[in-house]
Design a protein around this ligand. Sequence first.
Ligand code: I3P
Length: 379
Amino acid sequence: MDAPRVPQVTITPDGGGFSREMKQEDWEEGEAVDGNLCRKLSTSSVSSTGSSAVESEDDLLSDNENKSKGIITLEPLVDAGESKPWWKLKTIVQWPFSAAHKRKLNWVQLAGHKGNFKAADEGSILKKYSENEVRCFERLKSDTLLAFVPAYHGVVEKDGESFIHMADLLATFDLPNVMDCKMGVRTYLEEELVRARERPKLRADLYKKMVEVDCQGPTAQEHSQCGVTKPRYMQWRESLSSSNTMGFRIDGIKKSDGTCRTDFKKTRLEQDVIEAFKDFVGSNVNVIKSYLSKLTEIQQALKRSEFFKQHEVIGSSLLFIHDHTGNAQVWLIDFGKTTELPEGQVLKHDVPWREGNREDGYLLGLQNLIGILEAVSSE
Ligand code: I3P
């Protein structure tokens, strides 16, 4: 029996790493979903970013086509003998679905790697396993941040492939509006920088993405090599957007009217960020107030959090979701690159980053986000 299509959306955590190479024949092409953009799944390898010992850049094979930014349909994992799924998974994953729980999900991925997610039973999703992210979820179980992260239901495994089972954050919303803000002044790990310095690896895909946004972006040498290193690309992204200056950047916005924007690479000026927020919240004063109070709660929880003190939080996002009923929530998501510090070392999260201090500027970003919402509310 065909699974009912449940009209929900959710946002991918960004960069929840996984290293299994997805083969071209693993996937079949997608289709238009309710008139919205439905992207073809990646046919090349996906990168792993999820370990404190991040994989070699040689393993980082992702390119533009590996990033999913738009509305897609999320398939359930299927059991052997199932009727042909819309995207056929060659690797059959053993997952205790009951027929009633099989569903397709209209879904929004504003950032991160394609194919990272599968639909699961009602109210939950599966994310590709990342050792680092699981470690974070386990530690967060006893932390003050627990109320602000997606509920974690453990790891599901089959045939050597593992998934993180977690709450679908959109399950309680009706026609949600969703925004992903990537936090921090820095979006790459210090160890990525060290590795790129020791063993520079030029990436043509990142060069291509850079040129697509700004053909003046690459240096003359990078142009002649048609490649840039990953940290160079990440630093360029940070300086072009508001990451470096404001400690966060908007990565994507999906609104309840179906519009979906991920073209924020050059959104750097405060007024441009304010305009994007105004467009996201509309004129709903209650939503703005709810978001402000959530951010303040998160700020307080972060300041009390042992987890936060002891981790370099890189590539993590704040996910804003609201709907027409006035329900508005903010969650911390994406811990694939959130890395524990050596015993005894702690971070302040609100001081500038200098190589070696591992600071991420997360609290600077949060304070600026609060300032932006206050500006929106007073306009
Ligand atoms: C990507 C973005 C991701 C990053 C990815 C970049 O750039 O910065 O955060 O993944 O690296 O390509 P863009 O937003 O411009 O598409 P990680 O955070 O996991 O490193 P990748 O290509 O190596 O996956």
